[in-house]
Design a protein around this ligand. Sequence first.
Ligand code: HEC
Length: 208
Amino acid sequence: MSVLPPNPESARAPMNGDPPLTDHEYDGIQEFDNPTPGWWSLIFVLTVVWSVGYWIVWELDPDAPAPGKLWEREAAVFNEAQFAKLGKLEPDEKTILSMMGNADWMPVAESIFRANCIACHGRNGEGNVGPNMTDDAYKNIKVLTDIPQVIRLGAAGGAMPAQRNLSQNEVVLVSAYVASLRGRNLPGRPAEGAVIAPWPKSAPAGGK
Ligand code: HEC
């Protein structure tokens, strides 16, 4: 290796206030003896020590309260509180009608439908192996309160399975959602059964 001459461009004359120089020199490059301050090194060492405990807790402990888990727990508590606020919903006409017009609860009802019913009734209720819910014809429904009945007990010898995993509140909510699909007339499975009388007028406005 050849030794390069010092680069006059990067060299400068020593100035007052410069820290002392270290005793090594490479290719004419000298270094000030200018170590990082003690407080900085201390913080660095602490972060390394901290990382060991952090890694043990977050990577090895399955019960570590990770943000996702905390969120899930909080959401469960929140949902329970919401359901508690709702009280026990009765599967009667008045309750179903009022839920149909409830902008806070219809999205919840829709998610119950999405989670339990779309395999057979189609993503938007247009029907698949189960009937189209968006027209005016029904096989097992004559009045509004027949809907929770069919959901709870099933129909056609189990072709429509009884929804035993749903709570009563969930049955009432999803009944209101199913009832609210009526009249959208989405293309899908052709109408089956008999055309029934319109649902009674809902008391609160805003139903779909
Ligand atoms: C395994 C498929 C399947 C699932 C899942 C299913 N259904 Fe059904 N459902 C059917 C079939 C099939 C019928 C028609 C029964 C008949 O022919 O009488 C039906 C009928 C109905 C009816 C009566 C419609 C009519 O015209 O008489 C309602 C209301 C209904 N289902 C609601 C629901 C709801 C709400 C869910 C979800 C919580 C659900 N179903 C889940 C298959 C299903």
